[in-house]
Design a protein around this ligand. Structure first.
Ligand code: ATP
Ligand code: MG
Length: 362
């Protein structure tokens, strides 16, 4: 059984520099407690590198990252460092596109003891996953089709059978696995099939794939209704596959339900590669102040352990993942933690400190 994993790590820009390194250490330490060895190779990429060298993601660095069993990073890019065409630097987007990481997995799990936006008690124990298609949809063609026109601008929505099948297969397999651990076994197809033909096609492929998973319940929801229900009754969701841009928006809404961008983890998963990173960006407005919330980064590390354990049939890695998530929950359960973004004064070091302390107790 594979017990040693090659992990490419990228420290990122802005607050990435502050939250990544302690997370790398924390995740490797928890893994090693379970006899799982993570070997990190640090890879340079991002806005800071671009400023220094004129390159944001050298090809040899991309190739090295691609060879790894998983990639663990924090967002890259800074608003004032841009390519000559004005677009932002984002090696994480290059990875997503070039490695075909179609499943953007965004769990919404609430931590105990935090003041959260919804008052209903059930919102204190949310546990659902948005699976955002991350390679096509309306972001497939970000440049306008009437670039030189002063009269109009168009974008196209791309939905392919090949990627949609993979997205839904991933979502149903995830629902199966979650169901074995006690969730509802429900997949909600979120679309706009009543208005957009591309979304009608998306739903028709969903209908084909669901036939292979008879033990999983299904439902459909238009994206506008999904936005409403995420606030009205989020505890009823389980696994929600959705088009790229819709998923981009809904997953920020889900992050708000967890308490803020800094709480929210993600995995970008393809057939052969996977990237784990917090959902937030480089947040230059708070960089260097020691107040960035590393929770999403830590939980992304737990997702990586779960991915490695599942992919390589290594139960110890799955246990390490569960232990890390429980430690983060324990840290919050003490009610001593209130991150800055929730109006408190718990900084980066304090949050790491309490998570480490919770691990010692276990
Ligand atoms: P991107 O384009 O990469 O999504 P963005 O412009 O949406 O980036 P983010 O960096 O995701 O910006 O975050 C928006 C704001 O939320 C930040 O400016 C910051 O104030 C706050 N924020 C984001 N992440 C964190 C965090 N980990 N801890 C505390 N505050 C955060
Ligand atoms: Mg954003």
């Amino acid at each position: 059984m594979k017990n040693e994993f090659d992990i490419a790590v990228m420290p990122g820009d802005g607050i990435g520099q502050e939250i990544t390194r302690p997370s790398f250490d924390l995740v490797a330490d928890v893994a090693s407690e379970f006899g799982v060895k993570l070997t990190y190779t640090e890879i340079e990429a991002g806005a800071d590198l671009y400023r220094r060298t004129g390159e944001s993601f050298p090809e040899e660095n991309f190739i090295r990252a691609k060879q790894a069993d998983a990639i663990y990073l924090a967002a890259m890019g800074l608003p004032n460092v841009r390519y000559p065409d004005g677009t932002e630097i984002g090696p994480q987007h290059d990875l997503r596109k070039r490695l075909e990481l179609y499943a953007g997995v965004r769990p919404c799990i609430t931590m105990p003891g935090l003041p959260l936006p919804l008052i209903d008690e059930r919102s204190k124990a949310l546990n659902f996953v948005i699976v955002r298609e991350s390679t096509e949809g309306i972001f497939a063609y970000p440049r306008s089709h009437e670039l030189d026109s002063h009269e109009a601008a168009y974008n196209l929505i791309k939905i392919t059978r090949r990627i949609s099948e993979k997205l839904f297969d991933y979502s149903f397999s995830l629902a199966q696995r979650r169901k074995s651990k006690g969730t509802r076994g429900l997949v909600t197809c979120i679309d706009k099939a009543n208005v957009l033909s591309s979304m009608f096609f998306f739903r028709s492929i969903f209908n084909e794939v669901k036939e292979h998973y008879p033990e999983i319940s299904t439902e459909y929801m238009y994206v506008d209704a999904a936005a409403l229900n995420l606030i009205r009754r989020p505890w009823e969701f389980d696994v929600c596959p959705v088009e790229n841009q819709f998923g981009d928006i809904l997953s920020d809404e889900a992050a708000a339900l967890m308490g803020g961008m800094g709480m929210s983890p993600s995995g970008e998963i393809g057939d052969d590669n996977a990237v784990f990173q917090p959902c937030h960006g480089s947040a230059p407005d708070i960089a260097g102040k020691g107040i960035a919330n590393p929770t999403g980064m830590i939980l992304s590390g737990a997702m990586m352990l779960d991915y490695l354990g599942t992919k390589f049939s290594n139960d110890a890695a799955i246990q390490a993942s569960e232990t890390l998530i429980e430690a983060v929950k324990s840290a919050y359960r003490t009610k001593k933690l209130l991150p800055y973004e929730l109006g408190g004064s718990s900084g980066t070091a304090e949050i790491f400190g309490l998570v480490n302390k919770a691990l010692e107790k276990d």
